[in-house]
Design a protein around this ligand. Structure first.
Ligand SMILES: *Cc1c(COP(=O)(O)O)cnc(C)c1O
Length: 357
């Protein structure tokens, strides 16, 4: 076909899609990067050592397609059997599998509003109907009628703690949702290592629950692309059918095993980040910011004038990059990743100058 008469052969839903817009990864030097919830601390020394020790000649061979050693470690850590665990190329890869497995033109999906923006894109790819469950009030609380709102959909995603808002939801409510929802409940626990509790135990009690995790945030391995999910063996077994054959590469499996074995380092970094989070919360609250209580490695914070975009731009001029989400409710806020203490000091200095001078 000639170039002049271009005609799209894409499925109509793909043509209609916008495509996911990731947080920017700017090339500027000496920038304070607080926009994609990466960890400010390097990965565990043990990860770096394991990668140095890896025999690179082995890259000639395919990796273990099931990432068996890693999945066994994960199963043991959470008191699950091996067949309740699946590893993935980032938790985004898992989300893709889950959408392929449980949504279609006939099978709708429900998720929170606001929440992680990738879900919407994955739903579009499946041509699946989306039911948005609006979070309520200034603290983005779970609506008490969530079960009524989600009724009829085949998949319900609860991001806990939620992004970009940072808050969590009562465990008792999670239990009730898992008990009563007639469909699969995916609990996206990308930030659970920074939270007060988690829902992994629910997969032992309920056959319709999947919990997903990532190494990108708490384990400081965003560049490595690793995630995993746990759930009832029958659910996990179905996901294995649709995963890419070798979805976790050799280098990633090596790094993940070393990272997962070093729970002490994980704990130490999470404690530091939570301390920095508490201090930043206090300092911004003192400057009249409205902040959603956070159980993550970021704060969703509204400046005193409610102009999230203006604040985002002011920070950007000082080479501090945070994330801004346009929209009637979210536009009042910016999302600030918890960085190093000195990075938070710089942010506070710029903030003070903008609002108090
Ligand atoms: C970061 C994030 C993910 C994706 O994690 P990757 O493992 O890096 O793909 C999934 N869900 C939520 C809510 C996230 O914030």
């Amino acid at each position: 076909m000639s170039q002049l008469s271009y005609k799209s052969y894409f499925r109509p839903e793909i043509d209609a899609m916008q495509g996911y817009v990731p947080g920017e990864q700017p090339k500027m030097q000496r920038l304070i990067k607080l926009n994609t919830n990466e960890n400010p601390y390097p990965p565990s020394e043990k990860v770096l050592q394991a990668l140095k020790d890896l025999d690179m000649k082995r890259l000639r061979l395919y990796p273990d397609p099931l990432a068996d050693d890693l999945c066994s470690m994960i199963a043991e850590r959470w008191g699950l059997s091996r067949n309740m665990v699946i590893a993935a190329n980032g938790s985004d890869d898992l989300l893709t599998m889950v959408f392929r497995a449980f949504t279609s033109e006939k099978l709708a999906v429900s998720f929170l509003e606001p929440t992680y923006s990738l879900y919407k894109i994955l739903a579009q790819m499946q041509h699946a109907e989306v039911r948005k469950i609006a979070l309520e009030g200034d603290n983005f609380a779970m609506p008490s009628n969530i079960l009524e709102q989600a009724a009829g959909s085949n998949l319900l995603i609860i991001t806990r703690p939620n992004a970009p808002t940072g808050n969590s939801f009562a465990k008792s409510m999670m239990r009730e949702i898992c008990e009563k929802f007639d469909g699969v409940v995916l609990i996206d626990e990308a930030y659970a290592d920074f939270a007060e509790d988690n829902c992994i135990d629910l997969v032992k009690e309920y056959s319709n629950v999947i919990v997903s995790r990532t190494f990108s945030k708490s384990y400081s391995l965003a560049g490595m692309r690793l995630g995993y999910a746990v759930g009832d063996a029958r659910l996990i077994d179905g996901l294995y059918k649709l995963k890419d054959s070798y979805n976790v590469d050799l280098v990633a499996q090596t790094a993940a095993k070393a990272a997962f074995a070093d729970q002490e380092n994980l704990e130490m970094n999470c404690v530091k980040i939570k301390e920095t989070r508490a201090k930043l919360y206090e300092a911004l609250t003192a400057m009249k910011f409205a902040i959603v209580p956070s159980e993550t490695n970021f704060l969703f914070a509204a400046p005193p004038d409610g102009d999230g975009e203006g604040y985002f731009n002011a920070l950007r001029e000082e080479a501090i990059i945070v994330r801004y989400f346009p929209g009637e409710r979210t536009g009042k806020y910016v999302r600030i990743t918890i960085g190093l203490p000195e990075e938070m000091e710089k942010l506070l200095k710029v903030t003070k100058k903008r609002y108090f001078s």
